[in-house]
Design a protein around this ligand. Structure first.
Ligand SMILES: [Zn+2]
Length: 208
């Protein structure tokens, strides 16, 4: 029953705190969080220290690309500074995970732009003036011929999408397209396989 995973099951404060923290992570439910916590409880301190260091060091030595918002060991990131990329196309995505999925699939050779910047992924939030300025600066700096909207599929009436269309309409960019989705609304680009992404890109349609 759900309720028994919702409440504290032990008087071990450190374990319960860990369960509570992990439950906030994507893809980990209450039962999974508790299983991981018990698993870690059986491990020795050296292992736990090594694991903790991986978390602590995760962002060390990383930069947010000042051109596209990607996270990289260099600024500009390896994609923005790659002379072999097609610099006339910018693909707007929600987050770094989407970039990673496109790159793994090897189906796209243009530039990217993370809409909300890497520190504030736009999960259902409104576009801010800062987001808009950052995007327009990028489009203008490379003189983009085409902007592809590849934000995650959301329910109809997605305000971010329409706000984005409005901004792009006033930007002077020649062509604005949106990828076709083989994903259900509410899904994430990261869930798409290579063929689905390839077809979604190939079948992109002009929206402006
Ligand atoms: Zn970049």
């Amino acid at each position: 029953m759900l309720w028994e995973w919702e409440c504290r099951l032990t008087d071990l404060e450190s374990l319960e705190n860990l369960v509570a923290a992990m439950r906030k992570l994507p893809g980990i439910g209450p039962k999974g969080a508790r299983r991981i916590a018990y698993y870690l409880l059986r491990k020795d301190e050296e292992y736990l220290a090594e694991l903790g260091a991986l978390f602590t060091d995760l962002r060390k030595g990383l930069y947010t690309c000042s051109e596209c918002g990607n996270v990289s060991e260099h600024n500009p990131c390896s994609i923005c500074s790659d002379p072999l990329r097609d610099r006339e196309i910018i693909c707007i995505v929600d987050d770094i995970e989407s970039i990673s999925t496109f790159e793994d699939a090897g189906v796209y050779n243009g530039l990217y732009h993370i809409l909300g910047g890497s520190d504030s992924p736009l999960s259902g939030q409104e576009l801010t003036e800062e987001n808009i300025d950052f995007l327009l600066e990028h489009i203008n700096s490379v003189n983009a011929e085409e902007v592809i909207i590849a934000t995650n599929p959301k329910v109809e009436g997605d305000m971010t999408y329409y706000a984005l269309l409005d901004v792009l309409g006033r930007s002077g960019v020649k062509k604005v397209t949106r990828i076709a989705y083989g994903l259900p609304f509410g899904g994430h680009i990261a869930l798409a396989d290579r063929m689905t992404l390839h077809e979604a890109l190939e079948a992109r349609r002009e929206v402006l």
